[in-house]
Design a protein around this ligand. Structure first.
Ligand code: ITT
Length: 197
């Protein structure tokens, strides 16, 4: 029976889908900013994933007086000095396709031997009148030599995860949720909810 609700302060369909995949089997109904069309756009002015996650969740809690959960995430490429980082969504333009963004990364990495990179995810939980709580995790990957796979979203086709010898876009949803930055951070959040509710 679905009697528990979480509000994810996100407009990103890929993220929202992954929150649904991990919370619905536990009996939660997952709402997102798509269910709050009057919510003004939230400016992500922080310099870290954690700061931006708190900004997004707090904006929803402050406006509606409800608990909110947010996700700020992105890609850090060692050879680019950990860019694009917190700018991953805006990098090369917010509306530029990921097919293009991924190709630009592959082109710039053409002769690069150090292919280490990681996804980072910070999830913030805010409740009215309480301090925010943040859960963070990473997924260590390598930049692939060419895009592969059509599952997932965003940078997934070029994020090669060595232990499974496939990109994040070649994984099933369960495989990705098991090893991904978001999957691991969501499990930390779920443990916190189990212990504190
Ligand atoms: P919201 O703020 O509305 O949640 P957003 O897309 O603006 O959505 P972010 O600022 O956190 O969110 O940007 C996250 C970026 O990192 C975005 O470009 C994603 O495509 C990328 N990203 C993060 N996690 C990813 C994943 O699991 N798979 C693919 N790309 C991912």
């Amino acid at each position: 029976m679905k009697d528990k609700k979480i509000v994810v302060a996100s407009m990103n369909e890929g993220k929202i889908r992954e929150f649904c995949e991990m919370f619905e089997p536990l009996g939660y109904t997952v709402l997102s900013l798509k269910d709050f069309p009057d919510m003004p756009e939230i400016e992500e002015t922080g310099t870290t994933f954690a700061e931006n996650a708190v900004i997004k969740a707090k904006a929803v809690t402050d406006r509606y007086g409800i608990r909110a959960i947010s996700d700020d995430s992105g890609l850090e490429v060692e050879a680019f000095g950990n860019q694009p980082g917190v700018n991953s969504a805006r990098w090369l333009g917010h509306d530029t396709s990921y097919t293009y963004k991924n190709q630009v990364i592959l082109d710039r990495m053409k002769d690069e031997k150090d292919r280490r990179c990681r996804y980072v995810c910070a999830i913030a939980l805010t409740d009215p009148g309480k301090e925010p709580v943040v859960f963070e995790d990473t997924a260590e990957c390598l930049i692939a030599y060419e895009p592969a796979g059509s599952n997932g979203f965003g940078y997934d086709p070029i994020m090669y995860f060595e232990p499974l010898q496939k990109t994040m876009a070649e994984m099933t949803k369960d495989e990705k949720n098991e090893i991904s930055h978001r999957g691991k951070a969501i499990r930390k959040l779920q443990e916190w909810l189990d212990e504190n509710e």
